[in-house]
Design a protein around this ligand. Structure first.
Ligand code: OVV
Length: 392
């Protein structure tokens, strides 16, 4: 059987400028496509993404979460002990994270988040003319997330730089990546220093991870690595998700009017935004053995890219997938991934998104874009660099 091949390059500026048009093209080609520019497979329908991401015995995470193949190449940093491992190793570290990220923790965080969000939105409203990224979607997570983990105030911009390194490393090693890594060579050490027990504030989530080490569930070294996971995957993911949600709301005044009339729709609006335009557009698996997807034979140790962003727009799964509808019954969207590796911090992200979007809805009559939102150039996450707007 001949494989279906495409010359589309998901890491190119053209693809990134309009991924949804490219996804439509890919979905029309069939369930499994070979991307010849990178020698990888991809899946892009809701059902096949779900299938690949759930079958951890065949589609492994030990080969790396990005395009790099750890079965063949050396990883750029010590691999994550939760994202980049399979069961049974994964089960133990994931259980520690699941227990720490309990519903009780989020109930306790909510009031503080609401206060910060209300303050930031009222400052933005007083300014009137703002950059939605700088004044809201970046500012809010960069305050409440490290506060919750227990990271000191000084130098927090390094969290965004490190996020760009981590998610940049999901893509191919290109010119942007090489110069960015060289420019910020010291940031990895800065992060690792902040992951140590004695650098984390008492009462924070970082210390809760070390308490699991005290109980003997993990070693101190593993606790440090799980705090690193927070600082790797917890900041620009939410920055970008909140930014994309604000963008979708600003572009659809009718949807914003619904939210303004009923701010309790904020949680559903954020969930819908994660389907409609997720910051995480793709994630990789690596096959442990020869296998087959929808009749297509796949070899051993091959990379398979799952387009979460395309799964959210698959007309076989969603009615009017290209319509942003904050009242949609949105159960089952997989913008956070799915299966045993589904985002461990998703309740954190939802809390941040809900609280910020709700604060906007409660205070702002109308969102007006005063310029074209600009996407970040670097690969990895999908997110905005600039979004000039006026708050009414
Ligand atoms: C999901 C994700 C992305 C990036 C880094 C990590 C996880 C990690 O565990 O470090």
């Amino acid at each position: 059987m001949t494989r279906v091949t495409s010359s589309l390059d998901p890491f190119s500026p053209e693809f990134r400028a309009d991924p949804y048009a490219a996804y439509e093209e890919l979905r029309a080609l069939g369930p499994v496509v070979w991307l010849e520019q990178h020698d990888i497979w991809c899946v892009h329908h809701y059902a096949t993404c779900q299938k690949v991401l759930s079958d951890y015995a065949v589609f492994s995470n030990a080969g790396g979460g990005g395009i790099g193949n750890y079965f063949v190449e050396k990883p750029w940093r010590k691999p994550s002990i939760i994202l980049e491992v399979d069961p049974p190793e994964h089960t133990r570290t994931r259980s520690v994270m699941n227990r720490v990220l309990s519903p009780r923790v989020f109930r306790e965080l909510r009031a503080g988040f609401e206060e910060v969000a209300a303050g930031m939105v009222s400052e933005a409203l007083a300014k009137g003319e703002i950059d939605g990224v700088w004044d809201l979607s970046r500012r809010f997570p960069l305050k409440v997330f490290p506060d919750s983990v227990g990271v000191e105030d000084e130098g927090r911009d390094n969290l965004l730089i490190y996020g760009a390194m981590v998610f940049g490393a999901f893509g191919p090693v290109g010119d942007w990546y090489k110069s960015f890594m060289a420019e910020h060579a010291d940031v990895s050490d800065w992060i690792i220093a902040r992951c140590q027990r004695d650098r984390l504030a008492p009462g924070g989530i970082g210390q809760m991870i070390y308490e699991a080490a005290d109980r003997g569930e993990i070693t101190d070294e593993e606790a440090m690595m799980l705090v690193r996971t927070f600082l790797s995957a917890g900041v620009d993911t939410t920055v970008d998700s909140i930014g994309l949600c604000l963008k979708a709301l600003a572009e659809r005044p009718d949807q914003y009017a619904l939210l303004r009339a009923d701010p309790s729709l904020a949680r559903n609006a954020f969930e819908e935004a994660t389907r409609y335009d997720s910051s995480s557009q793709s994630i990789f698996r690596t096959t442990l053995c020869e296998t087959e997807i929808e009749g297509q034979k796949i070899g051993k140790h091959e990379k398979v890219m799952s387009f979460l962003g395309s799964a959210g727009r698959d007309p076989e799964r969603w009615e009017d997938p290209d319509t942003f509808d904050i009242t949609r019954k949105i159960k089952g969207q997989i913008g956070y991934g799915v299966g045993i590796h589904g985002c461990v911090g998703q309740m954190f992200a939802r809390l941040e998104g809900e609280v910020l979007i709700r604060a906007v809805a409660e205070q702002v009559e109308r969102l007006e874009l005063t310029g074209t939102p600009e996407f970040r150039l670097n690969p990895g996450l999908r997110g905005l660099d600039k979004m000039p707007m006026r708050l009414h």
